[in-house]
Design a protein around this ligand. Structure first.
Ligand SMILES: [Zn+2]
Length: 351
């Protein structure tokens, strides 16, 4: 909160780290290596029957320079059992690996970074995960879930989705938000409809996030968010994480890393570098994704672009993204905030 009003276009970007060498990629790689890097949304397989076959691929985050990742444990119409089962399986696997650690506090995140381990926390996409049971929010928090969004594309008991006729946050949804703030779970407005997101922002007493949402001003898809929501999010002290899903980034013919940088830069020009982050939304099991989209075709319609193959920015492209930002003039201080410092600040304030 606070700094937004003092920023004007361009004034928030500090000088490139190596203006004389023009070696943008080397600069980017060095910054990723040195900096706390936080990817606020990644997707391992979810739902029953749950297999842990993909989890060894978590090393791809570590190898790419990521220090903490929030893994999704369920979304959409999945029920309580689905979420708990996935959460239990991933928790068990991660807890047995020496190179990874479960992170539940901001201090844990810093410890993961300092010891070279990948920190793992969890997220939930949509309040169907709690059914009508508010006490499940505290239970999920105890199990390491650190953010939850209210409605996944379609309306539910708590609020409206971005691809549905959003009628706003419900009375139950308000109770959900109050309980999330009470226990220290970050409220997220990604995938929710405009009206519900505005209701969330209106009642937030703590920093709120859009964990993985791109700029509607650049790509007018209902999954992307307009500038007024980005500004309102910043005013709570929150962060918008830019995702790497091609459909929400821009033309498939263009460089996807450059498109991520373009969305980051649009938001930075709007609200400053302290309110923008990354939630790349990389899906490891593309067969599971494609089968799901096919099964749920009614809610992922062709006219919204879901008929084509979904392209994604992979963890390995992180340095490409940062290179694009360095080329645009972003310096180390701002990149440290965007790559991880901003989500760490939210964790300090909310978790
Ligand atoms: Zn999502």
């Amino acid at each position: 909160m606070g700094d937004v009003a003092h920023l004007s276009s361009g004034s928030m970007i500090d000088e490139p780290s190596s203006p004389k060498t023009n070696d943008y990629r080397a600069t980017a790689a060095a910054i990723v290596h040195d900096t706390l890097v936080w990817d606020n949304h990644g997707c391992m397989p979810v739902g029953a029957p749950f297999g842990t076959g993909f989890l060894p691929q978590l090393h791809r985050y570590r190898d790419a320079g990521v220090n903490v990742v929030s893994l999704n444990v369920g979304f959409g119409e999945m029920d309580v059992t689905d979420h708990v089962q996935t959460l239990a399986s991933i928790r068990r696997w991660v807890s047995m690996q020496p190179d990874y650690m479960l992170v539940t506090t901001a201090a844990d995140v810093e410890a993961a970074h300092q010891t070279g381990r990948l920190g793992v926390c969890f997220d939930i996409e949509g309040a169907n995960a709690i059914g009508d049971q508010l006490p499940l929010i505290a239970a999920y928090h105890d199990l390491g879930v650190r953010w939850m969004l209210i409605a996944y594309n379609q309306n539910n008991r708590a609020g409206g989705g971005c691809q549905d006729d959003d009628t706003g946050l419900t009375a139950f949804g308000r109770d959900v938000v109050r309980e999330m703030e009470r226990v220290g779970m970050v409220v997220c407005g990604s995938h929710t409809g405009y009206r519900t997101a505005a209701d969330l922002l209106g009642m937030a007493t703590k920093p709120m996030i859009f964990s993985h949402s791109n700029a509607h001003a650049l790509v007018p898809h209902p999954r992307n968010i307009p500038d007024d929501l980005i500004k309102a999010c910043a005013q709570t002290g929150g962060v918008v994480g830019v995702n790497g899903i091609g459909l929400f980034l821009g033309p498939a013919s263009e460089n996807q890393a450059e498109l991520v940088a373009r969305h980051v830069d649009h938001m930075v020009q709007l609200v400053g570098p302290r309110h923008v982050g990354l939630g790349l939304d990389y899906v490891f099991d593309t067969a599971e994704l494609e089968a799901y989209l096919e099964k749920m075709r009614a809610t992922f319609p062709a006219h919204l672009g879901y008929d084509a193959a979904i392209s994604m920015v992979a963890p390995e492209q992180l340095v490409d993204v940062v290179t694009c930002l360095v080329r645009r003039g972003y310096g180390r201080h701002d990149l440290e905030a965007i790559l991880g410092g901003n989500f760490l600040r939210v964790a300090h304030e909310v978790w």
